[in-house]
Every structure is written in structure tokens, then in C-alpha cells.
Design a binder for this molecule. Structure first.
Ligand code: MN
Length: 487
């Protein structure tokens, strides 16, 4: 890797930007790390250069790419953070300091691991760019993993799979997530990895290509007739996701593999819906598999239309339909966009989960509790449900109508007596599904929430409100029963 390549990549995404800081940061880091070698034997500067290159790829800004070049200077060389601040200014220095504070994860027992994880979340809540640098740093360390002892390789891979990859997913940086996952999969389950790799890349390749050509021949003319210019591509499923599906659904490779995955990239949002119409006219859609992430994007900003159809030869085929802009966002993530908006003082709303992290952190000082809570509340997947008025509510997967009621309003939660889900009577403890229409039936006379709800609610908000009420009503009862206590 060279600084020229880093700068070229950076300029692709930031045409005309001043790159002096990148050149300077490289020269400073190169001099600082002079004589140091990586475990692989190559000059140390290769590591910060690769880190900076990946940052440029995910469209990071100049201060962040410079931060990537400098990220190991304060810890591994005789140069200080103060010097970096003087030369490169407070912004880059702050980023480097953030990464340095995150520290190198050295794995001395579970406590240290948790402490590091907590630090990572806090850094994320402060400035997302610190996390971007840390991710790209980690990715390069993963790619050079084979130079470490096997035990250490496994520990790093495990941690990446448990913590880094899910956070990358949360931030919508699919590209980093896949890359990390497949490297870790190979390290942790080498046999399964090579087995899948052979089946997917070698055995099925011809079949996949033939099927793709068949679909293409039918679909492209029809789209052209409708005036839609499109690019179709085969979606290569990354191996770890195939493996996970096989685990989760206990299915064989052939059953998973039989699902062909294609992606359609069209010029406009309008074309997305039009092409969906064309596809559904040509082939029968599979019920309940259509998802409109354009009208209702995922919490990490992901947008696309998803549908599954019974294609030629009755083969199940998944389509993702999106514009070029949506496509790029799905690969590089929206995190950067959020940050820019925030800096420009626009009407920026930090994503709900980021606010939750800050809230949870205020409340829970015990580290292992904090980590458990984050994993429970943040990492679980999210669903969207609708109120009768059509308002959208974002809830964790497995949330119940009671969680929904409290998300709408405390009073609705407290007085909830029943629920109508998609025009049918439902139960207050049942799991809601993505896209459900939920109407809570309230009973004004009902004096307080049912304590038993605590057994099934999934959100902190609902739990807190129910507990709060339970406490209050207990106190009221005591006051009523024991005369003489002042109200
Ligand atoms: Mn590093």
C-alpha cells in the first residue's frame, strides 16, 4: 500500500478536496514508525496505510483518514498526542486520542474484555468516527492474523464476530461487516468454511450462471418495454451468512442454496416500484416476503425493496431493488452522513439506539450489567409496527402489544385492556411482527398496569413504567390500610 493510493481513493469520494493533511500525516507516521516491523516482517507503516485506505473506501472525511494514518503513533512511538495536536489540529488529535483510549484489546480475563467493550460503546456515543478508525484498524489486523499464534487468532476472531461485526451492521456499514465475518468464520470454523467455499464457488457456479442468464433474458426486455434501464447482478451471499442460515433453520446447503439472489439497480425510486410491478407480473410472488424498506427504512438507514418470487423452473428467487444511491449507502453506511449533518447543525436526529446507549450508560455503572443490557436492548433486531393513524413505531424484535402501548403513551400502556392486530383480536403478550397494524383497547376504569406484564415485556420503557406504577400503588395501599400516615 502507498500513500498515493490512499489519496487517490480519498479523492474519488471527495473531488477537489485539499489532501495536504493526508500527505503530512503519512510523512509524520512514516518517520515515527521508522524501523518498526509488523509480525509479518513488513514495515509497520503498512498497517496504518491499509487502515487509512479502508477509511477512504468507506468515504470517511480527511480528518478521519489522517486519524487512521496516525492512530498507532502515540501508543507505539516516542511521539505524543500533543505533537499531533500542534501539527494536525484538535479534530484529528481528538480522533487519535479516542482510538488510543480504546486501547489494544489484550484479553486478560473476561472483565478486561467487558471494560474494553464498554469503552467502545462510549467512544461510539461521543464521535462515531473514532469507531470507524477502530473498525478499519481491526480489519487490517484480521487480514494479517495468520502471523499470530492460533490461540490468539481464535480469540480475536471470536471477539470480532461477537462485537465488531454487529456494531458495523448497526451502523449500516455492510461492507465491513461481511469482510470481518468471513475472515473470522475461516479462522474459527476452517472445515465448514472450506466446505462451503468449495460448494458455493466451485460446484454451483455453473448452475448459478445459467439460471442468471435465463432470468436476464426474460426480465430485461420487459423492463425495457416499461422504459426502465437497469443493471442486474447476482448477489454473492457471503459464506458466513449461508452458514448462519444453515445453523438457524437446520437446513442443508442445497435448500439454502436453492434460493437465488439477484439485485436490480435502477435510476429512480419510481423505477424501483415499477420494476417490482414487472417482476410480480412475470412470476408469482411468495406470500409475506415483500418488504418495503424504501417507505420504511431500517433503523440503520438501509433502503431497498425486497421480494421473493417463484422464478423459472419454480426456483425461489430473491430480488433486491434499489437505486444507485441506496446501493452505495447500503455498502458504506449512513453513519458518515449522520455525522456531517450533525456538524452542519442541521435538524440531525441521532439514531434511537445511540441515544439508548447514552441513557443506559448513565444508569448502569456496573460494567458486566452494562454490556448485558446493551446486547439485549441494542443488538436485537428491530421491527416496525403501525398505529391506527399510520404512525410508525420502532421496537425490538419480539416486542409485545404492551411494549407498543407504552411506546405510544404512558397512559395508553397503563390503561391497556386488549389489542387488535391487523383487524383481529389479539393477546397483549403475543409477539408483534414487522408491519403489523396495532390498536390498543384501553379501559379508563382500569386503575393500574398488570404486574404480570413484567414477565413478557421487552422494552426498558415498558418495564420502567410498570414497575414505577407497581411501587406507587403499593405505597397507596399501605397508606390506605394504616391510618395516621400522612398522605
Ligand atoms: Mn493499529
Amino acid at each position: 500500500m502507498t500513500i498515493e493510493r490512499v489519496i487517490k481513493k480519498f479523492q474519488e469520494n471527495h473531488p477537489g478536496a485539499d489532501v495536504t493533511i493526508l500527505q503530512l500525516a503519512f510523512e509524520f507516521a512514516d518517520a515515527a514508525h521508522a524501523g518498526q516491523l509488523r509480525k509479518s516482517g513488513e514495515p509497520y507503516i503498512q498497517h496504518p496505510l491499509h487502515t487509512a485506505y479502508t477509511l477512504a473506501e468507506i468515504k470517511a472525511d480527511a480528518a478521519t483518514v489522517a486519524g487512521g494514518l496516525l492512530h498507532d503513533v502515540p501508543e507505539d512511538t516516542s511521539h505524543t498526542l500533543e505533537e499531533i495536536k500542534t501539527i494536525f489540529g484538535p479534530e484529528t488529535a481528538m480522533l487519535v486520542e479516542g482510538v488510543t483510549k480504546l486501547g489494544k484489546i489484550k484479553y486478560r480475563g473476561i472483565e478486561r474484555y467487558r471494560e474494553n467493550l464498554k469503552k467502545m460503546f462510549l467512544a461510539m456515543a461521543t464521535d462515531l468516527r473514532v469507531i470507524f478508525i477502530k473498525f478499519c484498524d481491526r480489519l487490517n489486523n484480521l487480514r494479517t492474523l495468520e502471523n499470530l499464534p492460533p490461540e490468539k487468532q481464535k480469540r480475536i476472531a471470536q471477539e470480532t464476530l461477537e462485537i465488531y461485526a454487529p456494531i458495523a451492521g448497526l451502523l449500516g456499514i455492510a461492507r465491513l461487516k461481511w469482510q470481518m465475518e468471513d475472515i473470522c468464520f475461516k479462522v474459527l470454523y476452517p472445515e465448514e468454511y472450506h466446505d462451503l467455499e468449495y460448494k458455493y464457488e466451485v460446484e454451483k457456479k455453473v448452475e448459478r450462471n445459467q439460471f442468471f442468464q435465463k432470468i436476464r433474458k426474460i426480465l430485461v426486455p420487459k423492463l425495457e418495454e416499461a422504459g426502465i434501464q437497469c443493471a442486474i447482478e447476482v448477489r454473492f451471499k457471503h459464506l458466513y451468512s449461508i452458514y448462519l442460515k444453515m445453523q438457524k433453520k437446520e437446513r442443508k446447503f442445497d435448500e439454502i442454496y436453492d434460493v437465488f439472489a439477484l439485485r436490480l439497480i435502477v435510476p429512480t425510486v419510481d423505477d424501483c416500484y415499477k420494476s417490482l410491478g414487472v417482476i410480480h407480473t412475470l412470476w408469482k410472488p411468495k406470500p409475506n416476503r415483500f418488504k418495503d424498506y424504501i417507505a420504511v427504512p431500517k433503523p440503520n438507514g438501509y433502503r431497498s425493496l425486497h421480494t421473493t418470487i417463484f422464478g423459472p423452473e419454480g426456483k425461489t428467487t430473491e430480488f433486491q431493488i434499489r437505486t444507485q444511491e441506496m446501493h452505495e449507502e447500503s455498502i458504506y453506511g449512513l453513519a458518515a452522513h449522520w455525522y456531517y449533518k450533525m456538524q452542519q447543525g442541521g435538524a440531525y436526529q441521532s439514531p434511537a439506539w445511540l441515544k439508548e446507549i447514552i441513557e443506559i450508560q448513565k444508569e448502569i455503572t456496573n460494567t458486566s450489567e452494562f454490556v448485558k443490557k446493551i446486547k439485549l436492548d441494542i443488538f436485537r433486531d428491530r421491527i416496525f409496527v403501525f398505529s391506527p393513524k399510520g404512525d410508525v413505531f420502532e421496537l425490538p424484535e419480539q416486542a409485545t402489544p404492551v411494549d407498543f402501548a407504552y411506546a405510544v403513551h404512558t397512559n395508553i400502556g397503563n390503561h391497556a385492556a386488549g389489542v387488535i392486530i391487523n383487524d383481529k383480536l389479539g393477546r397483549l403478550d403475543q409477539e408483534l411482527r414487522n408491519g403489523d397494524f396495532v390498536e390498543i383497547i384501553t379501559e379508563k376504569k382500569r386503575p393500574y398496569p398488570n404486574r404480570d406484564w413484567l414477565k413478557f415485556v421487552k422494552t426498558k420503557r415498558a418495564r420502567d413504567r410498570i414497575k414505577q406504577f407497581a411501587k406507587k400503588s403499593k405505597l397507596e395501599t399501605i397508606k390506605r390500610l394504616i391510618p395516621g400516615i400522612r398522605r
